[in-house]
Design a protein around this ligand. Structure first.
Ligand SMILES: Nc1ncnc2c1ncn2[C@@H]1O[C@H](COP(=O)(O)OP(=O)(O)O)[C@@H](O)[C@H]1O
Ligand SMILES: [Mg+2]
Length: 221
């Protein structure tokens, strides 16, 4: 498998218009190297959305080079470089390369190509500054997409803030996770909706509780 973001098809609710708007900025608009960021609190769906966009057939077709890397709280420049270079299996020679050598390699790889790099969950913009010098800007429509928490949004990017799911969307997600092959039996709807309301539209909360319920016998208790 060429990259980490290729995942099985997941149920996704409520992102259609946001996904479309981001897709337009990725594949249309400015020719110069441009930055798009998806911002929201943990569990709101930033990663699922960036993977959905990353794996979108139109986006795959539009860019020559694609890379997806996850940053985390403690950024590791070397791992990010290796991810973006798609170095999954390292030879001894690769292991001996310095970060600068890897960076230069990246620059050469990206030069002349239209590339999309997704940097998932960036906390510290410093990592980004470190990487930026290896990313050529050649006015060919290349893009960097970040996801971050609200406090860490990058100032010079097109920012998309994620919202909470509506009641209808929450219910749809809840039902599809708890009852994958059937619809919710009428006598459980009220209890189901009460449980779902406690999640307040946060997808992660819905997924966790639905996951627990799906494993149990479906009674009101
Ligand atoms: N709109 C959505 N539809 C379906 N599942 C979602 C949605 N948003 C988030 N999820 C699920 O909720 C969980 C948290 O989402 P994630 O993308 O990891 O959030 P974040 O990256 O913002 O912390 C994941 O299991 C994800 O699959
Ligand atoms: Mg995430």
């Amino acid at each position: 498998m060429e990259n980490k973001a290729l995942v099985e098809v997941e149920i996704i609710v409520g992102f259609d218009s946001k996904a479309l708007a981001i897709k337009e900025q990725l594949a249309g608009g400015n020719k110069h190297l441009d930055f798009v960021s998806i911002v929201g609190m943990p569990g709101l769906g930033k990663t699922i959305l960036d993977k959905k966009l990353y794996n979108d057939p139109y986006i795959i077709h539009h860019f020559h080079i694609h890379a997806w890397t996850y940053v985390s709280q403690v950024p590791k420049k070397r791992e990010m470089l290796l991810d973006i270079l798609h170095f999954n299996v390292l030879t001894d020679e690769d292991k001996n390369m310095s970060n600068e050598m890897l960076g230069e390699m990246l620059y050469k790889k990206l030069k002349g190509k239209r590339y999309l790099i997704v940097i998932d969950d960036i906390w510290d913009i410093g990592v980004w500054v470190d990487l930026k010098m290896y990313l050529p800007n050649e006015k060919n429509g290349s893009r960097i997409m970040f996801t971050s928490r609200p406090m860490h949004a990058s100032p010079d990017s097109h920012t998309h803030c994620l919202r909470f799911l509506t009641e209808e969307e929450s219910w749809e997600l809840f039902q599809r996770k708890v009852f994958p092959d059937e619809s919710c039996p009428p006598k459980l709807i009220e209890t189901g909706k009460q449980i779902m309301n406690k999640c307040q539209g946060l997808p992660l909360a819905i997924i966790v509780i639905a996951g627990l319920l799906a494993k149990n016998k479906k009674t009101e208790e």
